[in-house]
Design a protein around this ligand. Structure first.
Ligand SMILES: Cc1cc2nc3c(=O)[nH]c(=O)nc-3n(C[C@H](O)[C@H](O)[C@H](O)COP(=O)(O)O)c2cc1C
Length: 212
């Protein structure tokens, strides 16, 4: 099978200006709800792109844990590559690849570190094993073997055998405050619908249609 021959038409839906909500977050919430109802794996999974000090972009999948008019929230290890890159350059791009429903959403913005109280609230809501795994993992740094990782996990299990597992001081979260959000709906013959919400100085949103 030649890769060049793998193609399909996008015919599920169309997106028209009059269908759009006033704010991109309201539009996002509608599409997220439909992505959840479509029952595909990990509807809250998003690709998070950051850039290092040399201008080298990197990406990884992270789960969206909350969204409201303030922004898009995710949690991670603050020693990880993404967190280190965000320290240098807080500009960030999120991508929701909802191709099962012939849609994608792209969020451009600035990542703001969340207060510890907010991070702790989420951390304490996680299953115990995930909390222990957070303690055991120096995310993004080399580890000698799977066995070494499991040994650290097991020693954390012993260390925190009693009571609540505290929030590690190397664990944090971000709220991505959006400046632009694009909604893409696949169209027939590659004539896709694309709308970009752009934040204005007064806080309102302008909407422009983009060429496919
Ligand atoms: C479906 C899925 C969900 C993930 N969710 C998270 C998450 O919420 N937080 C996180 O730090 N990493 C998450 N990861 C792991 C990241 O993709 C990545 O490997 C890790 O954060 C280290 O990234 P970095 O080295 O670029 O900082 C997830 C991976 C997958 C495939």
């Amino acid at each position: 099978m030649k890769l060049e021959d793998i193609r399909r038409e996008y015919t599920k839906d169309g997106l028209r200006r009059e269908m759009l909500k006033d704010t991109p977050v309201a539009q996002f919430e509608l599409w997220l709800q439909q992505a959840i109802e479509a029952k595909f794996a990990d509807p809250t999974a998003m690709v998070v792109a950051t850039v290092d000090e040399h201008g080298q972009p990197s990406q990884r999948i992270v789960l969206l844990k909350h969204v409201d008019e303030n922004g898009f929230v995710f949690f991670t290890n603050t020693g990880s590559r993404k967190a280190q890159e965000l320290k240098q350059n807080s500009k960030i791009c999120l991508h929701f690849p909802w191709h099962e429903i012939e849609r994608q959403v792209i969020v451009y913005g600035e990542a703001q570190a969340l207060p510890t109280s907010r991070v702790a609230k989420y951390f304490l809501s996680r299953p115990k094993e995930s909390q222990l795994a957070a303690w055991a993992s120096q995310q993004s740094r080399p580890v000698s073997s799977r066995q070494a990782l499991m040994q650290t996990f097991s020693s954390m299990k012993d260390k925190f055998a009693k009571g609540e597992i505290p929030l590690p001081d190397f664990w944090g979260g971000y709220c991505v405050v959006p400046t632009k959000i694009e909604f893409w709906q696949g169209g027939e013959h590659r004539l896709h619908d694309r709308f970009m919400y752009v934040k204005q100085a007064d806080g309102s949103w302008e909407i422009e249609r983009l060429n496919p």
